[in-house]
Design a protein. Structure first.
Length: 420
């Protein structure tokens, strides 16, 4: 196996292990809502606190990756997010403490994904970049699902503290794995991009990404995708638990089986980013994004209203939703890597992630707020979910519009070898 594929394998393993901290909170949220008397809005704010921590760290991690290399940043961040995850199980006692500790855990997560993408973008040439970033994204998605698979039955049997600890500890061996087994690319920078302009200052880079029309449209599409995706990931577990409760499961069974079904829906997204990256290499970046976002938006508008369907039919819809909602994730990264200079790639990825994850600070919290508004007087066991999921679909519809305008620009020919 060539060096670049070994790097891909080890980074995927490291990202999976350290990423288990991300959604272990969602797996135990039904228990915490009862124990701490959390409203939908408060539960969503704790979800958003993690996203906020991520956003605060992500640009800095991109800049540090350009200066010191992605490997060192990844290792430090894996240790930090693991320790903060363990601290949640020890010290989180209510809404305020949970929000603070989850925000600190998010800081560590902000130093994992972007440095890993920078490493892979330097190892893989443009013709293989969409596929490699898709595989790496799949490892992250698998960690989301893994947290629900593991945490829910552990929480049901031993309590939520043990569930959090068992899914947070793995960031430490992840750091060791990447530190000892992952190497920085030795390929010349000119081999990973079509042009090599002079190093841009950070202010110039921000101006380029935020104001240059092609990059602006690409990032608007990414923000649209992220609005829907992380609203889905944050709430799909509690939603399916609510469905199983409504269909007659006991509280303990609903926690386990509901989260297992939600995790399976997340797991559908392990294969789809690989397919999305491959499709974008063959069909073009913008065309792939437009197709995928229209399907996922349709799922957002419909899924929340289907709670009374037979369970097998409901699960089928949720599985389709989980497949398409993440399918276009690597396409935005691959497109960005083809539009910016290689020496600025880490910072550019950080800025794009800052914008994308910045919008995810709002979507989980607003999702919970809409739950409170449409379920007045109900604490925890919500019965109406359609309006909240519809809010995610509205955001997803902005992406295809941005991609349509991006296709009309000559700069889009730089992506996917001219396939746009």
């Amino acid at each position: 196996m060539s060096s670049r594929y070994l790097v891909l394998v080890f980074l995927c393993l490291g990202q999976f292990a350290a990423g288990l901290t991300w959604y272990n909170y969602s797996a135990v949220l039904p228990l915490l809502q009862k124990e701490w008397s959390l409203s939908g809005t408060q539960a969503g704010v704790v979800l958003s606190a993690f996203q906020a921590g991520y956003v605060l760290a992500v640009i800095i991690s991109g800049l540090l990756s350009d200066k010191f290399g992605g490997r060192k940043v990844f290792v430090f961040s894996a240790i930090e997010t693991s320790l903060m995850g363990l601290a949640f199980g020890l010290f989180a006692k209510d809404f305020a403490s949970a929000a603070v500790i989850r925000g600190l855990a998010g800081l560590g997560q902000g130093g994992l994904y972007v440095p890993g993408m920078k490493l892979l973008s330097e190892w893989f040439p443009p013709g293989e970049r969409g596929k490699s970033l898709g595989i790496y994204t799949s490892a992250l998605i698998a960690s989301y699902a893994g947290a629900l698979y593991v945490a829910a039955p552990v929480a049901s049997a031993y309590g939520w503290h043990w569930a959090i600890w068992l899914t947070s500890i793995w960031g430490l061996p992840s750091a060791a794995l990447v530190f000892f087994l992952v190497k920085e690319s030795t390929r010349p920078k000119s081999a990973v991009a079509n042009s090599t302009p002079p190093m841009l200052s950070f202010i110039s880079l921000l101006r380029k990404i935020l104001l240059q029309k092609p990059l602006c449209l690409l990032n608007i599409g990414y923000m649209s995708h992220m609005w829907e995706l992380y609203g889905f990931y944050g709430w799909i577990g509690p939603f399916v638990v609510a469905v199983t409760l409504r269909q007659g499961f006991t509280a303990e069974s609903a926690l386990v089986y509901g989260n297992t079904m939600a995790a399976t829906a997340m797991l559908m997204g392990v294969a789809s980013p690989v397919l999305g990256g491959f499709m974008s290499d063959k069909m073009g970046r913008t065309k792939t994004v437009m197709m995928v976002l229209l399907v996922s938006a349709a799922c957002s508008f419909s899924t929340g209203w289907l709670m009374t369907l037979p369970l097998y039919a409901f699960l089928s819809v949720v599985l389709v939703y989980g497949f398409f909602v993440v399918m276009d994730s690597p396409v935005f990264k691959a497109g960005l890597s083809e539009l910016v200079a290689p020496e600025c790639l880490g910072a550019a990825l950080g800025v794009q992630s800052f914008l994308g994850f910045g919008i995810t600070i709002l979507s989980p919290a607003l999702f919970g707020l809409v739950l409170d508004v449409t379920n007045p007087g109900i604490a925890g066991e919500f019965q109406v979910w359609g309006w909240s999921f519809g809010l995610l679909g509205l955001g997803a519809l902005i992406g295809p519009v941005a991609m349509y305008f991006l296709r009309r620009l000559s700069e889009s020919l730089k992506m996917a070898g001219g396939k746009k």
